[in-house]
Design a protein around this ligand. Structure first.
Ligand code: GLN
Length: 493
């Protein structure tokens, strides 16, 4: 039962084959057994989780449950969750208890989901390996000597190791999709603005987007149904009619053997070049062959400016971060240095103690590119190139329905491998960042393994607001493959 998908759990709960309390207790028992080896959770509060579950059971018994009522979920520790400690993986917020609930988690709670805990992450969501968390590294469940990816590594590792059926994450430059690949699960980010950022601790506000992790695309669609929605407290939240992201999956195709007849897949030549591990490319090519069998056609395309994604991102994201993180001053939130001379000294010591090295690096870069002498040369130029990258995609989507490639150039790497070389670390996001710069929906789907038995992810990017179709394109593939059902071998449940 604990290995089931969200959709299966919801059916079992509705049919009263299992209670939410039984599920919560079952997962808590598994967490107690497995989490010490993986460190995927920062905070657990079993009594609160079981109380949530009891309330969900009462709601189901009264006939008031919905499609997610009673299903357990974990939240990346940058979503404010009322009454729960919310650390953002930082010493700065190590004792910060959220006074209110984020819009995304509030909606999942209102749907009856059971909060199981707060998930480990890179400090302030800055990283691709979960090595920057103040609360220690998260281990990859396929091989605990390797990183789980980042920054939402705790969420990905917990779902992959079956400690949770689902979790939330956030994606600023790949932080849902890259750990989803490294851990062998499905993760997606919607179009920028669909999920409210209210109550999500900000990293780079023009790029940050919440999204779900689960085993399947169908589960991601179910979760997304309850995560999106207009919220006046986020000025970039979009007002759109509600839609059912499972609607394409639920429809029977004209030819069941070729459900993707007519779908055109764009293959950017920039994403199939040197620098990607041959095993990763081979798994992606095999997935594309599967897609052709399902009726889709593949088209070679070009996104001429995407090779500038990483440098553009590493100007814009730190610029926004340097501004967002100025609020952590020892006065309003979290940590304050114990000893200081005057106000300025208090700011300096608090921030020196509260932030880790990667966060400080980003604040320094951001402050530099925004400074009077360099603003035009760096920040403004990066904004201009960002527009060109978005336009490349708009043009491509006139001819294709979805863009595919590898999620990351390599499978999971070892702790310490890239930690001393920020540029090598940053390059791991080379395929995921453009979707954030353009604000497009994107996801990673398990599509095979490399020679060492580590999961490979297929990356899908769709046009604005086309997530229902993108999720269906992933779903049809998962119906004829079983990569997403494979369990990690590095830990035993
Ligand atoms: N790895 C990227 C970074 O370090 C992306 C992080 C994210 O998406 N939150 O900024």
């Amino acid at each position: 039962m604990l290995d089931s998908t969200v959709a299966q759990l919801a059916r079992a709960l509705a049919a009263r084959k299992v209670s939410s309390v039984e599920l919560a207790q079952g997962y808590l028992e598994r967490i107690a057994r497995i989490n010490p080896a993986l460190n995927a959770f920062i905070t657990l509060d079993p009594d609160v989780s079981v109380a949530h579950a009891r309330a969900a059971d009462a709601r189901i018994a009264a006939g008031g449950g919905g499609p997610l009522t009673g299903v357990p979920i974990g939240h990346k520790d940058l979503f404010l969750t009322e009454g729960w400690r919310t650390t953002c993986g930082s010493r700065m917020l190590a004792n910060f208890v959220a006074p209110y609930e984020s819009h995304v988690t509030a909606q999942l709670k209102a749907a009856g989901m059971v909060t199981m805990g707060k998930m480990n992450m890179d400090e302030y969501a800055m990283g691709s390996s979960n090595e920057t968390s103040y609360f220690g590294t998260v281990k990859n469940p396929w091989n605990t000597a390797l990183v789980p990816g980042g920054s939402s590594g705790g969420s990905a590792a917990a779902v992959a190791s079956r400690m949770l059926p689902a979790a939330t994450g956030t994606d600023t430059g790949g932080s849902i999709r890259q750990p989803a690949m490294f851990c062998g699960i499905t993760g997606m980010k919607p179009t920028y603005g669909l999920c409210s950022r209210y109550g999500m601790i900000a990293f780079a506000s023009s790029l940050d987007q919440a999204g779900p992790f689960a085993k399947t695309a169908e589960d991601c669609a179910l979760l997304l149904n309850s995560m999106v929605g207009h919220d006046a407290r986020d000025a970039t939240s979009l007002e759109r009619p509600r839609e059912d992201y499972t609607r394409h999956m639920a429809a029977a195709p004209a030819d069941p053997a070729r459900p993707l007849e007519g779908i055109r897949i764009g293959l950017p030549r920039e994403y199939f070049g040197e620098g990607t591990a041959p095993d990763v490319l081979a798994a992606v090519e095999a997935a594309l062959a599967e897609y052709r069998k399902l009726g889709a056609t593949t088209v070679d395309i070009s996104l001429p400016n995407v090779n500038l994604s990483v440098p553009v991102y590493y100007v814009i994201a730190p610029a926004e971060a340097s501004s967002n993180l100025s609020r952590f001053d020892g006065v309003r939130y979290g940590h304050r240095a114990a000893h200081y001379d005057d106000l300025l000294d208090m700011y300096k010591k608090t921030r020196a103690e509260g932030f880790g090295a990667e966060v400080k690096r980003r604040i320094l870069i951001g402050t530099y590119v925004l400074s009077a002498g360099y603003y035009d040369a760096y920040y403004l130029k990066a904004q201009q190139v960002r527009r060109l990258i978005a336009e490349d995609h708009v043009r491509a989507f006139r001819d294709v329905d979805v863009i595919m490639g590898p999620t990351a150039p390599s499978t999971a790497f070892a702790f310490g491998d890239k930690a001393d070389d920020p540029v090598q670390m940053y390059l791991n996001d080379i395929f995921t960042i453009a979707a954030n710069l353009a604000g497009l929906p994107a996801m990673s789907v398990p599509c095979g393994f490399d020679g060492r038995g580590l999961p490979v992810g297929l990356h899908l990017v769709a046009n604005y607001f086309d997530e229902a179709r993108m999720l269906d394109i992933a779903h049809r593939y998962q119906q004829v493959t079983d990569w997403h059902t494979r369990r990690p071998t590095g830990v035993t449940a």
